[in-house]
Design a binder for this molecule. Structure first.
Ligand code: KG4
Ligand code: ZN
Length: 369
């Protein structure tokens, strides 16, 4: 039995989790900083580092408590060393290094993106399933929108090998959600609210977004044009101004629930949100499916914060069925940033003997492939 403590602090979630043998989840604790960054409409790096410092010790303690284990029961520590915010990453790395040295156990460096891939395998393992390789994995969050081919690495190490097939040339999909929500005065982060409001839309959209044409790599994405199209549409139609003003006032009063914001949205706004979401989902689906076909993928994996989106899940599931290709998502809790995925990714690296020494540093632009 191998018990690994995972530590994640790359962005605005301080997280710790204990995973046994790479697949049995004993605990997964996430302290979100959303309430701190909300008033700035995005993650403020200095505040994120400071909050990680405050949270790291209690979060790790809670993860061990929930797992009913002590520090001495741990066999290794897996820690995210990139990509992400350098100051935020350093908190987890420094804590992980110190703890590993004190306990005399290995420290396993984990790429955050590999964590998102492993979130899918971890979730599948809970149901006794193993996604067929080669797979294509779409990682779609506030910081990333990228498609990888996932294969078994040569040499029988049990590690995965990755090939980057495409990715966003500008904004990540989650970033586009957040920016459009900001334009419409619908709070931060915008994804979950737009997801729920889109489901309330009926009637024709006030604008249609055609498919984004990409020169060069057909598996690349671009979402900034979509955001700009929404911006221009709002500017050209002054009738949106009044409701945006009212929603901004509601947000200032701390009223940010669906029940509070829905009555302040006109049918036109709801239809606009649905059209935006349809355009994002269509693009993510079509490019990922084409990528899967091009490599003859046995399964399609979708991970990252935006993988929590209901329309995205439904669209991938329907297409997966019609293509006869299994589609895998993590649970919503494992889709957004967490440390269970880091501990799961650390397990295969632990078995392959990939350990970090005291020189391990944060790598804000760490690539997976
Ligand atoms: O993976 P994550 O927790 O953090 C990183 O960005 O790495 O993802 C957060 C992003 C935010 O942009 C948020 O708006 C988006 O995921 N998101 C969603 C949904 N839930 C979270 N976007 C669309 N629909 C959702 N249900
Ligand atoms: Zn992430």
């Amino acid at each position: 039995m191998t018990a690994i403590l995972g530590i994640e602090s790359s962005c605005d979630e301080t997280a710790a989790a204990v995973i046994v043998d790479g697949s049995r989840m004993l605990s997964s604790v996430v302290a979100s900083q959303i309430s701190i960054h909300r008033k700035y409409g995005g993650v403020v790096p200095e505040l994120a580092s400071r909050e990680h410092l405050r949270q790291i010790v209690p979060v790790v303690r809670e993860a061990l408590l929930q797992a009913n284990l002590g520090f001495k029961d741990l066999d290794a520590i897996g820690v995210t060393h990139g990509p992400g915010l350098v100051g935020a990453l350093l908190v987890g790395i420094t804590y992980g290094k110190t703890l590993a040295a004190t306990l005399g156990i290995p420290l396993v460096p984990v790429n955050h993106l590999e964590g998102h891939v492993h979130a899918v395998f971890l979730e599948a393992a809970q149901a006794g399933r193993v996604p067929e390789l080669p797979a294509v994995c779409l990682i779609v969050s506030g910081g990333h929108t990228v498609i990888y081919e996932v294969r078994e690495a040569s040499g029988g190490t049990g590690l995965f090998a990755y090939r980057r097939l495409g990715g966003t040339r500008d904004d990540a999909a989650g970033e586009a959600y957040d920016k459009v929500a900001k334009l419409l005065a619908l709070g931060y982060p915008g994804g979950p609210m737009l997801d729920r409001l889109a489901a309330k839309a009926s009637g024709a959209p006030p604008i249609r977004f055609g498919p984004t044409k990409m020169k060069g790599n057909a598996f690349d994405f671009s979402f900034s044009g979509l955001k700009t199209a929404v911006l221009y549409h709002l500017r050209e139609h002054p009738e949106y101004a009044e409701e945006i003003h009212l929603r901004n006032e509601a947000l200032e009063r701390g009223e940010r629930s669906l029940e509070q914001l829905l009555p302040l949205c006109s049918p036109q706004t709801l239809a606009l949100i649905r059209e935006f979401q349809d355009a994002v989902v269509r693009d993510l689906l079509e490019r990922t499916v084409s990528a899967a076909e091009s490599v003859g993928a046995g399964s399609v994996l979708v991970s990252g914060g935006v993988a929590a989106n209901s329309a995205l899940r439904a669209a991938f599931e329907v297409r997966g069925k019609s293509m006869g290709t299994a589609t895998y998502f993590p649970s919503r809790a494992l889709s957004t940033d967490n440390a269970a995925m880091i501990a799961a990714a650390a397990y295969s690296r632990f078995r392959a003997g990939i350990f970090a020494d005291a020189s391990l540093n944060a790598d804000p632009a760490l690539a997976l492939a």
